[in-house]
Design a protein around this ligand. Sequence first.
Ligand SMILES: C[S@@+](CC[C@H](N)C(=O)[O-])C[C@H]1O[C@@H](n2cnc3c(N)ncnc32)[C@H](O)[C@@H]1O
Length: 333
Amino acid sequence: MSPTDPSAEHLPASPPDLTGDPADLPGEPGASESGELTEDTAGARPLLAGEQVRLEDHKGRKHLVTLEPGKTFHTHRGGIVLDDLIGQPEGVVVKSTGGVPYLALRPLLSDYVLAMPRGAAVVYPKDTAQILVAADVFPGAHVVEAGAGSGSLTCALLRAVGPEGRVSSYERRDDFAAIARRNVERFFGGPQPTWDLTVGDVVSAPTRPRVDRIVLDMLAPWECVDWAAQALVPGGVLCCYVATTTQLARTVETARAHGGFTEPQASETMVRTWHVEGLAVRPDHRMIGHTGFLVTTRRLAPGVSAPGRRRRPAPGAYGENYDGPRPAGQQVD
Ligand SMILES: C[S@@+](CC[C@H](N)C(=O)[O-])C[C@H]1O[C@@H](n2cnc3c(N)ncnc32)[C@H](O)[C@@H]1O
């Protein structure tokens, strides 16, 4: 497959069922097993009308529901009267009219991004966590991100840079940019003063003032390496998230051949959940298989070239069949 084949966009595994729209249903109101806010729940933020809540049944099936006063959320096991939840602390249990208990919690960011409307494929939460660490996104950092896609990674970046930081997102498709804006503003409850979103190609983004971190989640990040070299502060991190090995190799070789970056690091992240029950302790049968790879590298000071590699390339690595970018001084071996 060519690295520019559109099918190379990363495909996150199917998200859990976290969707659902409240429906007006006639019928008995659901019964709440929770008490009122007491001393024990002091400090808890009561669930408010208009907020989203995650309802989970005893089989672990989850629904993301907006708390609309006067509405009932319909499940195949009866309706849940949403007024029963408004004003309650998180962690309460409500019963549907069919008698099925549902645990109510505010959605985590990982719940939210898997349930939110998508244009482009989102960065999967396990990779988001790794990106924040690999790119070393810190409070107060100025991060440039492209493409914004559905805004999943944007939400995590905005949280990580905090109120003193800045995230500048670029998305070349205006329909995806609109989805990203809606998703981000819904998550934070309104426009974010620390966020700007530009419809356009990231390589046309200004290179001054220089930025601390660049995170690229797109088909062809190697096309942005020259721009990233101009836009990053010395020591700044470039982190690219790609779906295929061909994209991975081309990104690494382009950054290496540029000469103004440290030796690129490539990785993938596998998270295996476990079943833990008495003596039955084992990995779960299913896991998220492939999502994507990360390539990280750091900008050297202007005019400085990367020190020579300590190890010789593997025999044939840059042989006559290799037709990608070559590190300086690396001839056909
Ligand atoms: C996989 S999606 C990004 C998903 C996003 N990170 C998220 O978590 O929701 C890739 C996006 O990059 C955009 N894109 C590709 N090349 C770009 C470029 N050079 N500048 C800006 N956006 C670009 C595409 O339009 C697409 O929406």
